[in-house]
Design a protein around this ligand. Structure first.
Ligand code: HEC
Length: 127
């Protein structure tokens, strides 16, 4: 009986990463590497350091402009002050400079809703 419980535990552990890595998350990770990684460290990387842009680990649910390891937020981002909900992130990633006027994030935006959803799913998976 005890052996069975242990085995069940192992099965659950082994299944967890497979579940987290859904096709959408995998697509988001790929997009992140292509479009965001020049400025942001991957949120699932072992060490999180600010680059040109802040670390995005745990960004969902965080107030804009408050990553403690990023000293270079624009006045616009600090003033923005909204919490990064999935909905807010979706709008921001579509057109960063329209949502946070004066942001120093030089990125045109992800125009495809499915691409934004994938990147957001990836950010969420890397909490
Ligand atoms: C050219 C560099 C660059 C690229 C490319 C870029 N970012 Fe940024 N990002 C920045 C900078 C710089 C900031 C800080 C902006 C500010 O303070 O106005 C930022 C801020 C952010 C923030 C707000 C973080 C916070 O702590 O409030 C999010 C979310 C974000 N970026 C997501 C992304 C995602 C997702 C991508 C890819 C789709 C991306 N960025 C691509 C440079 C970049």
């Amino acid at each position: 009986m005890k052996t069975l419980t242990v085995i069940a535990g192992f099965v659950a552990l082994a299944a967890a990463p497979a579940m987290a890595q859904s096709p959408q998350v995998a697509q988001g990770k790929k997009l992140f590497q292509q479009k965001c990684a020049v400025c942001h460290v991957a949120p699932d990387a072992a060490t999180q350091a600010a680059r040109v842009g802040p670390s995005l680990k745990g960004v969902i649910g965080r107030k804009a402009g408050t990553s403690p390891t990023f000293p270079r937020y624009s006045a616009a981002m600090k003033k923005h002050g909204a919490v990064w909900t999935e909905a807010n992130l979706d709008k921001y990633l579509e057109n960063p400079r329209a949502v946070v006027k004066g942001t120093t994030m030089a990125f045109v935006g992800l125009k495809q809703p499915a691409e934004r959803a994938a990147v957001i799913a990836y950010l969420k998976s890397a909490k």
